[in-house]
Design a binder for this molecule. Sequence first.
Ligand code: C5P
Length: 398
Amino acid sequence: MLKDKTILLGITGGIAAYKSAELARLLIKEGAAVQVVMTANAEAFITPLTMRTLTGRPVYSSLFNPSYGSATVHIDLAREPHMVVVAPATANFLGKIAAGIADDLLSTVLLAVNLKERPVILAPSMNTVMFHNAAVRENIELLRKRGYIFADPLAGVLACGDVGEGRMVEPAQLLQLIKDKFPAREDYGGLTVLVTAGPTRELLDPVRFFSNHSSGRMGYALARAARERGARVLLISGPTALEPPPGVEFHPVVSAREMYDVVMDKLFLADVIIKTAAVADYRPEETYSQKIKKGGDLLVRLVRNPDILQELGSRKGNYILVGFAAETENLLNNAHKKLAAKNLDLIVANDLTEEGAGFTYETNKVNLLYRDGHVEELPLMTKYELAHLILERIKIII
Ligand code: C5P
């Protein structure tokens, strides 16, 4: 199941460190390669020799150790794994990651991990009063919003004798969580998924345009996830600051009309079309060829852009059509109307007023509305996790 996967297992200084030895054993049994990085305090609880013997790999713990061979060991370690798991993660460690402090090897590696490319799971373990301390709560919430995944601790008898939340999850549960984050199979092999992403820009003159806050993150996460599941992926994107995911066919566009043209051109290839793009509904009727000089008031008349999704719905061929609805009011009502009006199979309804949801976040909180009227309310999760979940649901419809 975890064959060909490398997991970086970070261990910090808590009594639950002994459970990490069992976790390493379980991961290896599943076929994963496990690379251990320990903090100095972790070595007070469990020895590097134990972890080295279990994993068959040298254990790293120091930022500056000439015997490691590489002068940039923190970057090498951050780039190699498919996933990072820190178990146990102490209150101190969570605080450091939340604050961006990199004062030892493990915290430096964590800072160097690109969260968009590999998930990071944190398994807190601490006394229950510490776990409920306002500083720790805030750090955890902040990290969740940034896209870290938490293996929430359990309630029970703690090492200090207190009873309450704070026990690290058991290795078997952590293993299940890790396995759930990897797609089970290449279930999109042979299928083509067309994704539109980002905002569009509607030019007024050579230096000015109308646009919106769309970051493109949701669409890029979908493109990445579909590719990972074996699909051929066409990503048609307005201007964003993001790198296209590896292996996707990338078609950059600027305006809604350009996006319309490329979508219509590629339509015949697609088995699934997912329209995450925040297409501008209006564009200036007139585009000036020279920069507009300031003078008196300027009246700009806006005219309607083509609604690409509407057009796709009305032509509906053999493709599955998925839309997004970003709303600030009457979310479900408006999303239901759009699903019907645009003839969609599924609509992902985004409440822009929800904390952690919408344009600029790494996370999202949405409802999925299906053609048969069924509504699925989902918890807050990273856009990457949501992308996989959406693809799983689409696969059931296909
Ligand atoms: O009606 P509304 O614009 O809120 O619908 C959003 C959905 O419609 C999104 O999936 C978006 O990509 C798509 N859309 C489009 N062309 C437009 C406007 C929206 O494809 N001109």
